[in-house]
Design a binder for this molecule. Structure first.
Ligand code: CAA
Length: 379
């Protein structure tokens, strides 16, 4: 076992850190306040190769391993979790799903643009009445021979407005339950497809989260991913990898808050000495660092198992469960160390504390991760 990163992985990490500092940090507070999507920054991330990191270079991807991806996700998330959720969905859910299960024609038409940032992808599973209970899909894709007719509503869709390629999960044959579900590629601009209301969120406020409405949208059969009835397995399999991305986002939020807390503790004086010289603060920092390192090890283990093409379902769920939990704890302590300054926007930690919460909700809540882990343990 070797925990040393390769030269290439270190270079990716350094490039992501540099990009986050120079391109994402300026304006991150304003984008959060104004709920403004980082459109320019995402374009640049595409040009730098951050939007299709693990995809084969023949589809304009970076051809990198999952460790490189989680390193980049951590660095971007330290500064701007709204940018990193866009990156995570595009890389883990949309690009990975298309590359693994899509046809050659789908890869040519969609994947090649998604890897460069020319197009942004969205993954549309959740519905008003199907969040954790994802098999209860109400959106229908009626089989009409050479095309499907799509009807229904999707909720809380990341990249809802900025995307142009949407993978939509819908029920074709309700009698078959989850085996009657399909995954369809829907393009922005198809007749009957409307982007609905934008959610006013607690955190990741720069990310554009929307509801989507489909009313008799004609989707050609060649836009179906996999065989008829493969849609639910597609969604579940894709989400297994997605959870590594979101775990890395949670880790980045935690480590970003921790770094700010260390810096502040070394600068700020109370009772005649720096905060960092008080044991009360030292012990907090020790706990925070231990939790961050533990989360990082779980994430790296899941990433390595995935790259080795071994079963990583339990490892990914454990990584997401733990990293999202410690993101709450670490960001809360970072605010505490900052005292009154931690409660105001200019010191960043209050945003990180708000951003942390969603990592326990999307791509499978904490409770769903425990279901996934216990099922894997008891199988
Ligand atoms: N990997 C692969 N396949 C899986 C799987 C997994 N982790 N979990 C379940 N499946 C398969 C099962 O094997 C089964 O298929 P077969 O019948 O062919 O064997 C099928 O899926 C149905 O599984 P269950 O019988 O276990 O179904 P269930 O209803 O009891 O539980 C669930 C399913 C695991 C709870 C699932 O509904 C789930 O994961 N829910 C959470 C949904 C979720 O993560 N949503 C996130 C939305 S996307 C998002 O958030 C993106 C974003 O914007 C950031």
């Amino acid at each position: 076992m070797n925990f040393d990163l390769s030269e290439e992985q270190l270079a990716v990490q350094a490039a992501a850190r540099d990009f986050a500092q120079t391109e994402l940090l300026p304006g991150v507070i304003e984008r959060d306040a104004e709920q403004r999507f980082p459109a320019e920054q995402i374009k640049k991330m595409g040009a730098l190769g951050f939007m299709g990191m693990m995809v084969d270079p023949k589809y304009n991807g970076g051809g990198m391993d999952t460790i490189s991806y989680v390193l980049a996700m951590e660095e971007i998330s330290k500064i701007d979790a709204s940018a990193s959720v866009c990156m995570s969905v595009n890389n883990s859910l949309v690009c990975w799903g298309l590359e693994t299960f899509g046809t050659e024609a789908q890869k040519e038409k969609y994947l090649k643009r998604l890897t460069t940032g020319e197009a942004i992808g969205a993954f549309c599973l959740s519905e008003p009445e199907a969040g954790s209970d994802a098999t209860s899909q109400r959106t229908t894709a009626e089989d009409k021979g050479d095309h499907y007719v799509l009807n229904g509503t999707k909720n809380w869709i990341t990249n809802g407005k900025s995307a142009s390629v949407y993978i939509v999960i819908a029920q074709t044959d309700a009698a078959k339950r989850h085996k009657g579900i399909n995954a369809l590629i829907v393009e922005r601009g198809m007749d009957g497809f409307v982007v609905g209301k934008k959610e006013d969120k607690m955190g990741i406020r720069g990310s554009d989260t929307h509801s989507l409405m489909f009313s008799d949208v004609k989707v050609p059969k060649e836009n179906r991913i996999g065989e008829d009835g493969f849609g639910f397995t597609f969604a579940m399999t894709t989400l297994n990898g997605g959870r590594i991305g979101i775990a890395s986002q949670a880790l980045g939020i935690a480590s970003g808050a921790y770094e700010l807390a260390v810096r502040y503790a070394k600068e700020r004086k109370a009772f005649g000495k720096h905060l960092a010289e008080h044991q009360a603060i030292q012990f907090k920092l020790a706990d925070m660092a231990t939790k961050i390192d533990s989360a990082r090890l779980l994430i790296w283990k899941a990433a390595v198992l995935k790259d080795q093409k071994r079963n990583f379902v339990k490892a990914a769920a454990m990584a997401k469960l733990y990293a999202s939990q410690i993101a709450q704890e670490v960001t809360t302590e970072a605010v505490q160390i900052h005292g009154g300054y931690g409660y105001v926007k200019e010191f960043h930690v209050e945003r990180l504390m708000r951003d942390a919460k969603i990592t326990q909700i999307y791509e499978g809540t904490t409770e769903i991760q425990k279901m996934v882990i216990s099922r894997e343990l008891l199988r």
